[in-house]
Design a protein. Structure first.
Length: 254
């Protein structure tokens, strides 16, 4: 009997574990569902816009921009514009140094936004302080005119451009899309327009004159310079020599 009792105990089934109650599915009300839908739309919309901007920027790292929004508007207004694209190798090195010395001497030292220059401009109560990278983003992708919306987009787009393009590429595009006179875009068209030479043959004086009329080419002339433009030209010649000597031109010359 003892053995039979022991065997029965061994063969007795263990009680089945209690099942955990199933989690109740949370039912969302119409307002919650709408909020979730809106969040998803905004998220996917943001990702789509960022992806488009990234691919557009990446494309221009290897393909020359055929035109810009401002060029198109000027071509519509003037019917005809002058614009001849030239690679960096066909632009006199002194022209690149002159443009950088005139507009953004610390171009090689920042990542697209010159924080110190912006702070100085704010402290002085004036605008400006746009780097060459910012000007390229504005000219190639955005629109002209002063607005906080454009500046905000520009401030976000510029670091992305710096991450995707080389410094040399930024200067190359800048020199090819900048306006040097009404309807005259790019350094090649400007060199022929003002001096009758190609961009590769610009002298240090001619290069400084072209840089001196930026960023207000419609109010200044490189071939018939005012006293202000002459003074600015002399300063740019000195600045171009300085950044060549102290290494601040290395990032776009190599």
């Amino acid at each position: 009997m003892a053995q039979t009792s022991t065997a029965n105990k061994r063969t007795a089934k263990k009680p089945a574990p209690k099942k955990k109650p199933a989690k109740k599915t949370e039912k969302l009300g119409p307002i919650s569902r709408l909020r979730r839908f809106i969040r998803r739309v905004f998220l996917w919309g943001f990702l789509a816009i960022f992806g488009f901007i990234f691919l557009w920027t990446l494309l221009y790292a290897v393909i020359n921009p055929p035109t810009t929004p401002y060029m198109r508007s000027e071509a519509h207004r003037l019917v005809n514009i002058k614009h001849d694209w030239v690679p960096m190798e066909d632009i006199a090195p002194v022209m690149a140094r002159s443009a950088v010395a005139a507009e953004d001497a610390n171009f090689c030292l920042h990542w697209g936004l010159d924080v110190n220059a912006i702070r100085d401009a704010v402290d002085a109560g004036r605008g400006g302080a746009s780097t060459i990278s910012q000007q390229v983003v504005k000219n190639v992708f955005l629109w002209h005119g002063r607005s906080w919306s454009r500046k905000a987009i520009e401030a976000v787009w510029t670091p992305l451009t710096e991450a995707v393009w080389s410094k040399r590429r930024i200067v190359e595009i800048y020199l090819n899309v900048a306006e040097f006179d009404e309807g005259v875009f790019g350094v090649q068209a400007a060199a022929r327009h003002y001096f009758g030479v190609d961009a590769a043959n610009l002298t240090s004086l001619q290069s400084a004159r072209l840089a001196a009329i930026l960023p207000a080419p419609k109010n200044r002339s490189a071939s018939n310079p005012s006293s202000f433009t002459r003074s600015r030209t002399a300063s740019i010649i000195s600045g171009a020599a300085t950044i060549a000597a102290d290494g601040r031109a290395d990032c776009f010359e190599r």
